[in-house]
Design a protein around this ligand. Sequence first.
Ligand SMILES: [Zn+2]
Length: 434
Amino acid sequence: MVETIRTVKVKLDVPNGRCNDLHQTKDQFLHCANTTAAWAWRHPNEYCVTSKQEAEKALYERLRDETALTANLVQKGIRRAIEATKSGVARLKKGENTRQPHFDAWSVVYDKRSATFHRDHVSLSTINGRVECPYVIPDDPKDTPIGEYLLNEDYEFRMSTLQYDRSTEAFYLHARMRRTERDEHEQSTAVSSDAKHRTVLGVDLNVDGSLAVTSTGAFIGNADEMNHRRREFEKTRGSMQQAGTRSAHLSIQSMNDREHRWMKDELHYASNQILEEARDHGCTHVAFENLTDIRERMAGVKRFHAWAFRRLYEYVEYKAEMLGIEVEQVSPAYTSQRCSKCGFTHETNRRSKHQFVCQKCEYELNADYNASKNIARKLLNRLHSRQTSSDGGAPCQCALTSGTLNLNGEFIASVRSTAEGESTDKPTTSVVGH
Ligand SMILES: [Zn+2]
């Protein structure tokens, strides 16, 4: 692969009244970076922390609470500080003088998770929702970097930074543009490049039974246990509130913390299991159903379920990035009514809450497992339709327990299932809480 990267500076036409949202986003972003730098920089008493994972584990929750930033911007702030800490440590090793990194320059890091880049505008996430900013494009952009790279469909947007020029009071996007081409040798030998081979893991989320069920048949987390814990906490909280004393009030606070910690530990654990499953099956993508308005849409979803689903999604998303796995949401329509084998879609396909029986082909399986396969397929279809015809049709597959399914529905048995000697689509119960 030949890779060309160019940075293009383009002025943004920020809508009236939204400039302050960008300034505040910058302040909170720098807060994340500076808090992380102060935490990670331990020279000369201890080794400095240069692991992103360790920093995220220690600071992510706290910074999410302290700021109104999206999960992705918090994460970018943490990473920026860890990168700077790493360079500082490298300088120390060379015997150079340096100190704790500090961030005060006007700069916010955006990638495609926190921004949507278009050829004529960018949509940026801020502390106050998204801001749509048109680019200020010169009358004759030809032969300028804007014309050559920004407007050129051969280049794709990569991680970019938002900056502000105090003297002109203007915002600029420093867009990093990347073009990749195969060289001649690769073109003649490559049959199917691994980079283009997509395998999707579908994840179905539930308010009872297993918290998450994957299209590989892993049953992850225990939603029943979560509900039980939640009810117990609420009961005790109720009786304490009746006592109404100050000490009772304090115990309620500490119990909220304990409950919160327990839930977060469970969700971290579940997110790790999902990613392990994705990695074991060589998945390039993980698909969740869209979580917007889930309380209105899905029966029995309480506020804490919606919170837990969102957190789980965020954990999976930020951990996936380190593994180079993409996480996307798909529309949940009919994922529970469609037969994942023959495609027949009907509401009577469900025998009970957790049992699916196809009225057409009589395929019978766990209902959540069936839904997770449909979720995987939806993303697969989307990835497939995104491919341009010049792409030559990269292979797309859903990860299933006993092999993979390509878009034509052809079944390809995997080595793993043969070794297990399992019959086709029975889910294997890998994890149920602990
Ligand atoms: Zn069927």
